[in-house]
Design a protein around this ligand. Structure first.
Ligand code: TXA
Ligand code: MG
Length: 335
């Protein structure tokens, strides 16, 4: 687990331009000094990340904001006061001191103050804002434990700081304040909570619910890439449990390596091996368990996974968004 010694070693490596994996409350991040272009480049290399996908910058206190953003409109202050430290990223005009590669060609930057004591301590010790995407190899499910980070990053980075399980389990809500407040990526902070704090409705980018347009302008470049995907082929199944159980039973007679991803307690009613990802009526537990379940299915050698479709309300919007992308929008309806 993280210790003062581990945190100060992390800060030392970060100050010398190295990449370090750190825990946050959402998922583990692959951090580097956001003001150092060579350090930022190392993130893209370690992750295998396309250069046109921008990184989120993490701060330990609002006094660091001046180094990161070139504007701080009233809407930003409202949302930061309501949700920071916490799982909310604000997209704003970028300050000159941030390495341009962080913005991946955009004039903006995503910034957040994470609600994890280890992350906050490491940022404060490093003394610089840290660029940090999720600490998975590009395209893989995001890591919610130090062990997940090692599965993807062993031999590629010098240090993973272990801060235990990431309690939220899905990445931060990304809200653009560059124009009309718009959710670019759903997360733990819901559109209803954002609208209430802002005193105005937030818009939802089309990519929140459906596939990103191949053509046309992309508001959040990250959404167009293959994401969160296990090695197994994943398909979501809409419909009640008895229909799901019948469906997977038939599928398992047709193809080998069929697994189910189900809600807690459903395993025993299914004729195929199953990994639960959370309680049917509690999307927060689904968010917390989602990525670990996807990795567990790979470990088990699953070739074809059928997953129960979550209801989309509240945090469920984020769970649905991640599962749809992991499944590359393959959905079957069974009634
Ligand atoms: O919870 C999180 O946000 C985690 C932890 C480590 O903090 N980080 C994370 O980073 O999820 P990443 O790189 O996996 O996702 C960043 C997302 C992408 O969808 C990217 O396109 C979007 O944020 N993003 C970053 N900067 C942006 C910008 N300037 N404009 C629009 N979208 C941006
Ligand atoms: Mg990511």
């Amino acid at each position: 687990m993280a210790s003062v010694k581990a945190n100060s070693l992390a800060a030392q490596l970060l100050r010398t331009g190295q990449v370090v994996a750190i825990p946050t409350e959402t998922v583990y991040g692959l951090a580097a000094d956001a003001t150092n272009p060579a350090a930022v480049q190392r993130i893209f290399e370690a992750k295998g990340r396309p250069q046109d996908n921008p990184l989120i910058v993490h701060i330990a206190g609002q006094e660091m904001l001046a180094q990161v953003v070139a504007a701080w409109p009233p809407a930003a202050k409202r949302l930061a006061d309501a949700f920071w430290p916490g799982p909310l990223t604000l997209v704003l005009p970028r300050a000159g001191g941030i390495a341009p590669a962080v913005g991946a060609g955009l004039a903006t930057v995503g910034v957040r103050m994470p609600a994890h004591p280890v992350a906050l301590d490491i940022i404060a010790r490093a003394g610089v804002p840290l660029a940090a995407p999720s600490a998975n190899r590009s395209g893989r499910p995001s890591p919610t434990t130090a062990a997940h980070v090692l599965q993807d990053m062993a031999g590629r980075i010098p240090l993973v700081v272990d801060g235990g399980n990431s309690p939220v389990g899905v990445e931060s809500t990304v809200v653009s304040l560059a124009g009309k407040p718009t959710v670019l990526r759903p997360g733990f902070v819901t559109p209803a909570e954002l609208s209430e704090a802002l005193g105005q409705e937030v818009a939802l980018a089309p990519s929140v619910q459906g596939p990103a347009e191949e053509s046309g302008p992309v508001e959040s470049p990250g959404v167009k890439y293959r994401h969160y995907a296990p090695k197994a082929k994943l398909t979501l199944v809409e419909g009640p449990l008895p229909a799901f159980a019948a469906f997977v039973a038939v599928k398992s007679t047709e193809t080998p390596g069929v697994y189910a991803m189900c809600f807690t307690g459903e395993e025993k009613t299914l004729a195929v091996p199953a990994v639960p990802y959370g309680a049917e009526d509690d999307p927060k537990t689904q968010a917390a368990g989602l990525f670990a379940a996807l990795r567990q299915l790979d470990e088990a050698g699953a070739q074809q996974v059928y997953a129960r479709m979550p209801a989309g309300g509240g945090v469920g919007l984020a769970v649905r968004n991640r599962l749809l992308r992991a499944a590359q929008f393959r959905v079957e309806s069974e009634t």
